[in-house]
Design a binder for this molecule. Sequence first.
Ligand SMILES: [Zn+2]
Length: 256
Amino acid sequence: MLGDNYAWIVGQVAGSAVIIVDPGEAAPVAGSLASARQRLAAILLTHHHADHVGGVADLQSKTRAPAYGPRHESIPTVDRPVGDGDRIDLPDAALTFDVLHVPGHTAGHVAYHGHGSVFTGDTLFGGGCGRLLEGSAREMLGSLQRLAALPPATEVYCGHEYTVANLRFAAQVEPENGELARRLADATRRRSDGQPTVPSTIAVELETNPFLRCTQPAVIVAAERFAGRALVDETEVFAALRQWKDGWREPHRASD
Ligand SMILES: [Zn+2]
């Protein structure tokens, strides 16, 4: 059981087929589709990590749905490789998505944008971003900038429920950011009520996510304090923030 993973079932019209984004496991998805009597038209994958693709083979054997995924990654179950600028038309589900290549977390990572939503996988999280496992700070910053340039009302569907921890870190970076404090309080309340914090919007992320705020004076000052030196550009500020977050543990949760 993958406790903090999100797989997104997307349907546009009542009664039409649906798609699934990043099924890390098959059973919860298959169960949800069966109980709602929904037919699976396609599987969309953002990157190759097992907690995003682990359920694909089983779903394919049950449904024969095609699997779209990043052209530049090796995912054996992908039969429709896609890359930057591609458009995916799914008439059965009345859905169309544009593909954005957003490297940094993994080298081939893609995001899917359409219908006022973007599926960001492990690139942009609520209040944070993915770790740099296969890419440079410059690549990840470029990817985040592309996502940040989407229309402000775009809903952000990410791959994990990390928002509260991310916002606690963000509050260390920007203790004076009132919007951030409000979002942290709201996200904390939602989690204690058993509710998701996802989706957010690009507008909310621009106001509260420090990794999208590397040109803000307060963020620069905090990153320079962490680095112990002057940082010459946005990429250096981003790299320092990412390094800071990699080593950061919540003070009162030092044991986990
Ligand atoms: Zn990942």
